[in-house]
Write a protein that binds this ligand. Structure first.
Ligand code: PLP
Length: 369
């Protein structure tokens, strides 16, 4: 079976981890600082703060932005995402306000953001889903005009760009290094920002409010990354451009050769990082089974919108309607696009998708290829 993801671990990662283990410096230390510097430089942000996961990066970014300080604070985000984009808003003591995504790019619709702003809104939290950056220039303009924080959930967007400017360099960026991501540290995350004060608050919150050992300035968390994980990240980071290049090459071939399914649209000026290559299909469950029978793995990100997940239904979100999100959750299907795919494997995926699409008929909505 061609898997939907295949993390790449080479000699460099093994040696870097071994060196970290042998050094005896296992917890957050020099390697974490080096990784932060390297990642900040890569993104084009002045500061980077490494964390234990993408989820904790989001949590820190919200708290360091002051979200949750006032009763009834609201954060505008999307229901078409991984639950952490919204659950961290609850953890920060604020209320997620969902708006729908656009039909073309699957990202937050800036016009709907503008309409959802109230006196209680503190932040806008777009998700750069599948590796396509949300419309960050438009969102930044809205955030600036209303005095709101802009937090990009860039968990899937390492190396994605708009007009050459990378995801993570607008407002605050929050990345995940989970194994299936474009680069990994096994588990880990990173917050990026141009704001020195915000980075400092995030660092304090990350380590129990300690600048001086056992002197606590505030009530914080242990959201640290270890040097062992940073060692993997330091070995992966230089490989990211080539990994993304291969992802883009495979995506371009899918764009050209897939038939009978809706292929992903990329907004003008965007450099997509193709964390996922996501098509839209008819009869998705059957489609998945028929692909699997042909040796092709696939994934559904995400089958249930966040507002329909149990804890959000319990909070009263269940009756809200987001037509684009709801349509997409029934149709999206991600096919393998990871950089280790061979050309033969890519051909197998194309052959399988085209055969199954031919058997099951075209997708009902969207832009069919
Ligand atoms: C869009 C999105 N947000 C947040 C996260 C959370 O990242 P992590 O799994 O590293 O906590 C992920 C990763 O799975 C994600 O895909």
């Amino acid at each position: 079976m061609i898997p939907i993801a295949r993390p790449q671990m080479g000699e460099e990662e093994k040696q870097a981890v071994w060196a970290a283990l042998e050094s005896g410096a296992l917890a957050q230390g020099q390697r974490v600082r080096q990784f932060e510097q390297g990642f900040a430089e890569f993104v084009g942000a002045a500061h980077a703060v490494a964390t234990s996961s993408g989820t904790t990066a989001l949590h820190l970014a919200l708290l360091a932005s002051g979200v949750g300080e006032r009763e009834g604070d609201e954060v505008i985000t999307v229901p078409f995402t991984f639950i952490a984009s919204a659950s961290t808003v609850l953890h920060a003591g604020a209320r997620p306000v969902f708006v729908d995504v656009g039909e073309v790019d699957f990202c937050i619709d800036p016009a709907q953001v503008e309409a959802a702003i109230t006196p209680r809104t503190r932040a806008i939290l777009p998700v750069s889903l599948y590796g396509q950056p949300a419309d960050l220039p438009a969102l930044e303009e809205i955030a600036d005009r209303h005095g709101l924080a802009l937090l990009e959930d860039a968990a899937q967007a390492h190396g994605a760009a708009i007009g050459g400017r990378l995801s993570g360099s607008w407002g605050i960026g929050c990345f995940s290094f989970y194994p299936t991501k474009n680069m990994t540290t096994a588990e880990g995350g990173m917050l990026t920002t141009a704001d020195a004060g915000l980075a400092e608050r995030a660092r304090l919150l990350r380590e129990h409010g300690m600048r001086v050992r056992y002197h606590h300035e505030l009530v914080g968390f242990n959201f640290r990354m270890t040097d062992v994980h940073a060692a993997i990240g330091l070995a992966q980071l230089p490989k990211l451009p080539a990994y993304n290049g291969r992802r883009r090459e495979i995506a371009a071939r899918y764009d050209r050769e897939l038939r009978g399914v809706a292929t992903p649209a990329v907004r003008p000026g965007v450099s997509h990082a193709y964390h996922q290559y996501t098509i839209r299909v008819a009869q998705r469950d059957e489609f998945v089974e028929r692909l699997a029978a042909r040796g092709v793995g696939s994934g559904v990100y995400y089958p249930i919108p966040v507002h329909r997940q149990k804890p959000f239904v319990a909070l009263g979100y269940g009756e809200q309607r987001f037509p684009v999100t709801e349509r997409l959750t029934g149709e999206v299907l991600s096919i393998p696009v990871h950089p280790s795919l061979t050309d033969d494997e890519v051909a197998t995926v194309i052959g399988a998708v085209n055969e199954v699409a031919n058997e099951l008929g075209p997708v009902a909505s969207g832009t069919s290829a």
